[in-house]
Design a protein around this ligand. Structure first.
Ligand SMILES: [Zn+2]
Length: 81
């Protein structure tokens, strides 16, 4: 486990913001499904499977070089080239 030393407060709806740097490092785009586990007094967040590393979409996701990317982003990247 990596300690980030970051402390965030829950808001009134029970939300906590994951720092942008952490989201970037972990490829957590907006819409990425997150699984929540409880282990003793720890709450563990795990990136849901089959979510696009670029846009977070969960439809038509393929694994490319160890990263999951959706067909829409694959097409968009091809069009850039
Ligand atoms: Zn995508």
């Amino acid at each position: 486990m990596t300690a980030t030393g970051i402390e965030r407060k829950l808001d009134e709806l029970g939300r906590v913001v994951l720092p942008k740097e952490l989201r970037n490092t972990m490829h957590l785009a907006t819409g990425t499904p997150m699984r929540i586990y409880v282990e003793g007094n720890r709450i563990i967040l795990e990136k849901g499977s089959h979510a696009c590393a670029i846009c977070g979409d969960t439809q038509n996701v393929k694994e490319i070089n160890g990263k999951e990317v959706c067909q829409n982003c694959i097409t968009a990247i091809k069009e850039q080239g």
